[in-house]
Every structure is written in structure tokens, then in C-alpha cells.
Ligand binder design. Structure first.
Ligand SMILES: Nc1nc2c(c(=O)[nH]1)N[C@H]1C(S)=C(S)[C@@H](COP(=O)(O)O)O[C@H]1N2
Ligand SMILES: [Mo]
Length: 555
């Protein structure tokens, strides 16, 4: 397409080489928007490189995070419906699209005759740089330094637009008429324009690549700060006389009945949910968790302090409130760390404290009732996951894990502070966004095999899956086919009431009509409550309903 558009000016240039200056070559119509896009690329490349060098969030990430924090609930819900867990990728794509459109518009305006062109185009760049800078500096824990990358990006971007647009305009403008000196004798020079644009885009790509490299080096350094081995566990999980220590192989084989779902979820397969567009900028040498608020003796614990304290290890199933019935925003791991109740005993919780309120390095917050920390359940500050130091994305150096509560009210990753406070004094991140303040995990069950639509052979076929009712325990799982009578499934041993239990039901398909059949599951927890058939959305406090799948029995 470009070739087709480019041919004419060149021909004219050659044929009319000796023509008078009022036939100077004009830039094609797309030159203005292209100049804008080139300037936009320069701004983003510069901004991200300066940010990486200054060790602050890139301007696009800062704006993206601000956007995430201010997304109205309905838009958030729509984004999750459309993009699911790819919503961050969608957000990034959206930001780049908006920047590209603005940059193209700035370029088109920059082509206008003076005084509009030379002023408006670059001014748009500068204004967006200022806005980006102010947003970045205002992010939690940031200083004015965070504004510098966006400002540098805007300056470079506006310089590029000034230079390119001046060249474009030199081919436009009033044709010289007799007696009036020519204002731009050279006119538009396609080779110069393409060369300069290509050079700027190339340099921007190099800058962006360098920024990426610096970011991955930062993450490598952070990961390298973690110890090679976690301290020995003083208080391990003991199951039927067997000490469960860190590694999956020690967990009894009977715990796994569902062929698709390992009893312990490997770290690299564990679901990830957070509002962070990049791993928060933790500096381990300066990092510490502070426990304060309504306590008698505030505590401050460095990473080494946490390592030096008595270590417990527990199997706990973490679940996200956004998990749909049958969804996979749930995982089971061994968590090693320091019991929260020991720390709170040491700090001395005042009687007027109602809420344990966690704050992360990147300013995310959540809170849960003080009772949940003190009622004997093993809420902890975790530093280990499945025998390894907490992975960066799961909250290194330390996070909270509270059995029985959804992650959004309890599981602060990249933990920075724990405040004992009241419900009136502080509200967790998701609460004003329409999610419930109190959020115990609901009893639920999921079919893992057979898959939806799977063709099932004649004979005995195992239907298998998981069921969970953290901190109450799963008592019974039942399966029914084609809404017939409920049949009890066989449950794996109850290793701990804080973790899921796997189940299997040997389904005899021999006498069934060929074709589609519906299978359903429901669980009953140790309080005797059976999960409700009532279907409800994840918001405000967790989805309900029976997981249902349709499969085909062969003819
Ligand atoms: N700092 C921080 N911690 C956070 C979140 C977050 O957005 N930021 N999300 C919470 C939510 S909603 C869930 S479900 C769990 C998920 O933990 P995971 O990503 O390790 O599975 O982390 C919780 N902790
Ligand atoms: Mo969540």
C-alpha cells in the first residue's frame, strides 16, 4: 500500500526536477499520522528505558495500574467476562491502542500550518507526558522520581514530532508566488523522512528491548536474594503418623484420585490473581513486615527475622472468590512460615481491634476478622510454597495465607504491613468495589474427568474431581447422572480440613442409552451443610451451584 502511494511523488520528483519551486514535492497524507506514531514510539521507548534505569514502574504500567484501581465494577466484570485472566494483556493492548491513536492525531495536527501545527502536535505529547508523570508519581509508595520517565518520554516524543512535522510542512504551505520568497525551498524529502522515521523507530525498539532486559535482570536479582533452602520446619504437618515435609512425594498416593489434578499444585501451575502489572519493586535489604495499629508492642520483622522464627508447614487450599463453578482459580500447596497468632500474641492485640488489615508493597490491601487469626486456625505469614521460597509472582518475600478465607480478604502477597484496626478505619481493596467484607470460602466441588463433551466408553468409567470446604472439612461428595438419585463418591483420606479432598465415582455406563448424559456433583461439609443448587455469580462473595457436565456415551 505504501509503495503504491509513494510512487507518484518520486516520479514527480524525477520528472519535474527542474520545475519551479511551487511544484515542490508534497508529503503524502499519511505522513502526519506516521510522524505522530514514530514520536509515540520514541516516547514509549524512552519512558520505559528511563524507568528501568531509575528502577521505577514504566509510565504505561503506572497508567495501567491507575486504570485498574479506578475501573468501575461493571467494566471490571465485563473485562473478566470477555478476557478472563487475560484481562491484563487486554488492558496493555488497550493502553497501547489509545496511545497510538493519540499520537497519530498529534502527528496529523502537527502538519497544520503555523502557528497551529508546530504548537499543538508537540503540546499533546507534553500534556500526556505530564499526566503520565503525575499519575506515576502518585502511585502507592512512589516519589516524584517516578514522574521522570514519562516526562523524558514526552520531551523526546515532542522533539521527534517537531522535527518530522517541520519537514512535512516544508512541502505543504503556500506555493511561492512572484515576488514572494519561498518559505521552504527543499520541500518534502521522502528518503529523508523514511530514513529518519526508521531510525527513530529502530532506536525506540532498542530502548524498549533494553528496558525489558533490565526488568528481567531485576527479577533475576530478586529471585537470587531468596535463600537456596528454606529453614527447617519445627512444626510440620503430621498425617497418620507420617510427617509431611515440603515435598509432594511424601503426601500419600491415596490423596490423589483425580488423574488430571495433582493433590499438591506445582508452583508453576498454581493460579495467579493480582492487580500488579509487574512484580512490585521489593528491595530485600530494606524490606520488613511491620505489625502495628491497635497493638501494645508494634513489631518489625525483616526477612532474616522471619527465617529465624519457629517454622510451621501446613497444607492449605487457596481459592479465589472470582472462581466460577467448575473453574480453576484454586490451588493446593504446602505453605511454610510463621504463625500469625504467635506474632499477634507477642505484639499484644488490643481488645478494640476488629480487623487484621494487610497492605502490600504496591499498595493493595485486604482485611479479615481478628478471630480468624486467633481462633486456632493456622493463619500464617508464609515464606515458602511447596518446599521452595515463595515464587516472585506468589508474593516473595512473604505473604499471608489464612485457611478458609478467600484470597481477596486475606492472602496479601508482597506483604508490607499488618495493621490491627477496626472495620470503620480501613476497607480492603475489593470491598468498595462491590465485594463482600466477610468472605469465608464456600463449600464447592468440581468434576475434572471426564471433560465436557468427552466420549465415554461402555463399562465402568471413573468420574473424578475435587471438593473443598476449607477449615470445615469435606464430609461427603455425591454424583448424579441425568438428574437421577445422588450416589456417594469415594473420598480420598482427609489429610487436613484446610485442604481440598479428591473424589472418584465409578460410573457404570453399560445399561445407558447412547448419546448425551449430564453428570453433576455436590459436596457436603463437616457442619452437615450441602452446597446449594442455587446458581449465583462470583460477586459479591463467591459463586454457588452444582458443577454440571454433559458427556457422550458411545453407541
Ligand atoms: N498484593 C496483592 N496480594 C494479593 C492480591 C493482589 O491483587 N495484590 N490478590 C489476592 C487475590 S484476589 C487472590 S485470589 C490471591 C491469589 O494468590 P495467588 O496469585 O498466589 O494464587 O492473592 C491475593 N493477594
Ligand atoms: Mo481472588
Amino acid at each position: 500500500m505504501t509503495d503504491h502511494l509513494d510512487v507518484r511523488p518520486i516520479e514527480r520528483l524525477e520528472i519535474d526536477a527542474a520545475a519551479p519551486s511551487d511544484d515542490r514535492p508534497r508529503a503524502p497524507r499519511w505522513a502526519g499520522p506516521v510522524a505522530g506514531l514514530v514520536a509515540g514510539a520514541a516516547a514509549i521507548g524512552t519512558g520505559s528505558l528511563v524507568a528501568a534505569l531509575a528502577d521505577v514502574d514504566s509510565p504505561t504500567n503506572a497508567v495501567g495500574s491507575e486504570f485498574i484501581d479506578h475501573t468501575p465494577a461493571w467494566l471490571k466484570r465485563a473485562a473478566i467476562d470477555w478476557f478472563g485472566t487475560a484481562d491484563k494483556t487486554a488492558l496493555r493492548a488497550g493502553i497501547f491502542t489509545v496511545i497510538a491513536l493519540l499520537a497519530a492525531a498529534a502527528g496529523a495536527l502537527a502538519r497544520r500550518r503555523p502557528p497551529v501545527g508546530p504548537v499543538i502536535g508537540p503540546a499533546i505529547m507534553v500534556v500526556f507526558g505530564l499526566v503520565g508523570g503525575i499519575v506515576a508519581a502518585g502511585r502507592p509508595g512512589q516519589s516524584w522520581v517516578a514522574a521522570v520517565p514519562a516526562l523524558c518520554g514526552a520531551l523526546v516524543g515532542s522533539a521527534v514530532i517537531v522535527v518530522l512535522a517541520a519537514r512535512i510542512r516544508s512541502g505543504d504551505g503556500p506555493r511561492s508566488s512572484p515576488g514572494v520568497p519561498d518559505r521552504a525551498a527543499n520541500g518534502y524529502d521522502r528518503r529523508w523522512f523514511v530514513g529518519a522515521s526508521g531510525g527513530v523507530v529502530g532506536a525506540s525498539v532498542v530502548a524498549a528491548a533494553a528496558a525489558r532486559r533490565l526488568e528481567s535482570q531485576r527479577l533475576d536479582r530478586l529471585a537470587a536474594d531468596a535463600p537456596d533452602e528454606l529453614p527447617a520446619v519445627d512444626d510440620p504437618t503430621v498425617i497418620g503418623g507420617t510427617v509431611i515435609e515440603s515435598a509432594a512425594p511424601v503426601v500419600p498416593d491415596e490423596a490423589t484420585l483425580s488423574p488430571l489434578t495433582p493433590y499438591l499444585t506445582p508452583n508453576d501451575r498454581f493460579y495467579l490473581i493480582d492487580t500488579a502489572l509487574s512484580v512490585p519493586r521489593v528491595r530485600l535489604d530494606r524490606w520488613a513486615v511491620e505489625i502495628g495499629g491497635r497493638v501494645d508492642r508494634p513489631l518489625r520483622l525483616t526477612y532474616d527475622d522471619l527465617l529465624a522464627r519457629p517454622q510451621v508447614e501446613r497444607i492449605i487450599t487457596l481459592a479465589c472468590v472470582s472462581n466460577e463453578v467448575g473453574g480453576n482459580l484454586i490451588g493446593n500447596a504446602t505453605w511454610q512460615g510463621v504463625l500469625l497468632r504467635d506474632l499477634l500474641d507477642e505484639a499484644g492485640v488490643r481488645p478494640d481491634a476488629e480487623q487484621v488489615f494487610g497492605t502490600s508493597v504496591d499498595g493493595w490491601t485486604c482485611g479479615f476478622p481478628v478471630q480468624a487469626a486467633l481462633d486456632g486456625r493456622d493463619a500464617m505469614i508464609a515464606i515458602g510454597m511447596n518446599g521452595e521460597p515463595l515464587p516472585l509472582q506468589h508474593g516473595f518475600p512473604a505473604r499471608m495465607v489464612v485457611p478458609g478465607l478467600y484470597g481477596y480478604v486475606s492472602a496479601t502477597k508482597w506483604l508490607q504491613r499488618i495493621d490491627l484496626t477496626t472495620w470503620d478505619e480501613a476497607e480492603g481493596y475489593w470491598v468498595p468495589r462491590g465485594w463482600a467484607r466477610d468472605a469465608p470460602i464456600k463449600t464447592q466441588s468440581r468434576i475434572d474427568v471426564p471433560r465436557s463433551g468427552e466420549v465415554v466408553p461402555r463399562g465402568v468409567f471413573p468420574i473424578a474431581g475435587i471438593a473443598w470446604a476449607q477449615h470445615r472439612g469435606v464430609e461427603r461428595v455425591e454424583v448424579r447422572v441425568d438428574r437421577g438419585p445422588w450416589q456417594e463418591a469415594r473420598l480420598a483420606p482427609d489429610l487436613t480440613i484446610d485442604s481440598w479432598r479428591q473424589w472418584v465415582y465409578e460410573w457404570d455406563t453399560t445399561g445407558l442409552a447412547p448419546g448425551d448424559h449430564t453428570i453433576q456433583v455436590r459436596a457436603t461439609d463437616a457442619t452437615g451443610a450441602t452446597q446449594t443448587e442455587q446458581v449465583s455469580r462470583p460477586d459479591p462473595d463467591g459463586a454457588t451451584g452444582w458443577h454440571t457436565r454433559t458427556v457422550t456415551v458411545v453407541g
